[in-house]
Write a protein of this length. Structure first.
Length: 569
């Protein structure tokens, strides 16, 4: 049976438990059987499909017997999840890591806010449970409706607050003036849901500042209430965003601001009258991760840590960098429905046909098949090296290539500047700027491009370089963060030949970028056979979540074993 089936079954059992139709103990035993994909529970479900709910519950309860699982129960609490609520890489991580852990035999569940602007068509079997969870905020109890559904085969719980401020009914995910309040509310409501549902996870994994509140809330409020089975893992995907606010704002979700506004707890290291959500996540979690080994080193410095380097140093024993992966189901040129022609490393003719198709679509010249196409898909923000992206357009054309940019900027000045450049090239044969995000078009650009530029000033992990290689577009990347852990220069003799997969530069200026771009053009034009080998090698690199998930699995298991050892002692 597909994962979708087991997740739907799990959500049905949880619904019965929350609606008080079965006991929490019975629910835990039935979950155990779903988790182990027990043949008898599958048969019971198939046999009960035409029966009443009461008859189905009776049949399921006959199956209950004690069982022990060898897997872990992991619950991710996050603000995003691809493809239903995705803003950036965080959404991809929740889905990709969740699926990889699920494949390894672990029970994985996701808790998200129920936004009004989610991609509801990507949620299967969405329904509201006949239960209301009350959670504390601003000195009173507010009701929350719980919705369940499956996303990419994973069971997901959506929390809809019945709050007069319509916290997640704003037509947007982030960027609201009260984001600190919105997500501290969600964090408390999520833990209240876990408590009321009788869940006993081994790991609660929270992500970025929006759910970093989970860590102090868990230990200060919920562990004493009986939600005490879990170890807390906190992942910060980008230390530039830390979630600071006046210390008094912590009081809304029930945390003690007086106790937490201390240098060794949540007091912001730079503004001492404020608290810092990411710092709280670091201090109060059992495991702290970030999204690449190099970025983990960079954030230990004053510049990279954005003020948190001393805190990370104090907690260095529990802090590690694990390189993200990509969802190789969603990003696979051999099966990608967005492409004109599917292809693989052994059949590159399809890549050439996708290049021709994109040229036709965008009105670019097809006169010279061998003219290299350089792609760039990015948010146009200073972090991404906007000045080098602008320079790359003109330098690519000078070298005889074509350039396609897909992306937009939340910074009005940058957006206006690139709109001017787009107008300049509106009828040009060799350059096109599409200043928006288009998921389907992004797949087509990866497939059509010969090279891909990622000139980031800093890049915690980056997925673009991994996706581009999977589609046979050679990355040209700055040596920083996760780019430094995944792109290795073709001409670097210190790297074993089998690991060399792109072109890199160190200094974030035009001269450094030019050197890498010109070397790439030189190989493409003068040594097509070696270029083809490079493309094939890159397409065969395994950037799936399996390796990363194995590292998380080890961290989780070690932390759980340590906790159990301490309890026995």
């Amino acid at each position: 049976m597909p994962w979708e089936f087991w997740s739907r079954l799990l959500l049905m059992i949880d619904g019965w438990s929350l609606e008080k139709k079965i006991s929490m103990d019975d629910a835990n035993l039935l979950r155990e059987k779903v988790w182990k994909r027990d043949r008898r529970i599958k048969e019971a479900y198939m046999a009960c499909k035409e029966q009443s709910e009461t008859e189905a519950i009776s049949a399921f309860l006959r199956l209950t017997s004690s069982a022990t699982s060898q897997g872990l129960h992991v619950i991710h609490i996050a603000a995003e999840m691809a493809p239903v609520a995705k803003v950036g890489g965080l959404g991809d991580v929740i889905c990709g890591l969740g699926k990889a852990l699920q494949r390894k035999g672990h029970l994985v569940e996701i808790v998200l806010p129920k936004y009004d602007c989610m991609q509801y068509d990507r949620i299967r079997d969405l329904r509201a449970l006949d239960v209301v969870i009350e959670s504390y905020f601003d000195g009173q109890l507010f009701k929350n409706k719980i919705w369940v559904g499956t996303v990419e085969g994973l069971p997901v719980y959506f929390i809809e607050p019945h709050h007069p401020d319509k916290l997640f009914w704003r037509g947007t995910y982030y960027g609201e003036h009260d984001d600190f309040r919105r997500f501290s509310y969600f964090s408390r409501a999520a833990l209240e849901f876990l408590l009321q549902a009788g869940k006993k996870p081994d790991i609660i994994h929270c992500h970025d500042w929006q759910t970093a509140f989970i860590a102090p809330l868990y230990w200060d409020i919920y562990a004493p209430k009986g939600l005490d089975s879990a170890r807390i893992c906190f992942t910060c995907h980008n230390f530039e965003y830390q979630g600071t606010a006046s210390a008094s704002e912590l009081e809304s979700c029930g945390l003690d601001a007086h106790q937490l506004k201390r240098p060794d707890r949540m007091q912001d290291n730079s503004a001492h009258d404020r608290v810092n959500a990411v710092k709280g996540g670091v201090v109060f979690s059992n495991i702290v991760t970030t999204v690449s080994p190099t970025y983990a080193q960079e954030v230990r410095t004053a510049e990279g840590g954005r003020g948190l380097h001393s805190t990370l140093s104090s907690h260095s024993k529990k802090f590690v960098g694990i390189l993200n992966g990509i969802d190789t189901d969603a990003w696979d040129p051999a099966t990608d429905p967005c492409l004109e022609v599917q292809y693989n490393a052994n059949d590159l003719q399809g890549k050439a046909e996708n290049k021709a198709a994109l040229r036709r679509k965008l009105g670019l010249s097809s006169a010279d098949d061998r003219r290299p196409l350089v792609g760039c898909i990015t948010r146009l923000v200073p972090q991404k090296g906007v000045h080098l992206i602008r320079h790359a357009i003109y330098r690519t054309l000078e070298l005889g290539g074509q350039f396609v940019l897909l992306g937009s900027s939340p910074v009005s000045q940058i957006q206006r500047e690139f709109e001017g450049i787009a107008d300049q090239f509106q009828n040009h044969d060799h350059a096109r700027l599409i200043l928006k995000y288009d998921e389907s078009l992004s797949h087509a650009i990866y497939a059509a491009s010969d090279m891909f530029i990622i000139p980031s000033i800093f890049e915690p992990c980056g997925l673009t370089q991994m996706i581009s290689m999977r589609y046979g577009a050679i990355p040209i990347a700055r040596k920083t963060g996760g780019l430094n852990d995944s792109v290795f220069d073709v001409d670097d003799d210190t790297i074993p030949p089998q690991f060399r997969n792109g072109y890199t530069f160190l200094t974030a200026n035009e001269q450094g970028f030019n050197g890498a771009l010109e070397r790439a053009f030189n190989l493409y034009i003068n040594n097509p056979e070696r270029w083809k080998q490079l493309v094939q090698n890159d397409m065969n690199i395994d950037f799936s979540w399996d390796t990363s998930a194995a590292q998380y699995e080890e961290l989780y298991s070690r932390s759980v074993a340590r906790a159990r050892g301490m309890k026995r002692a």
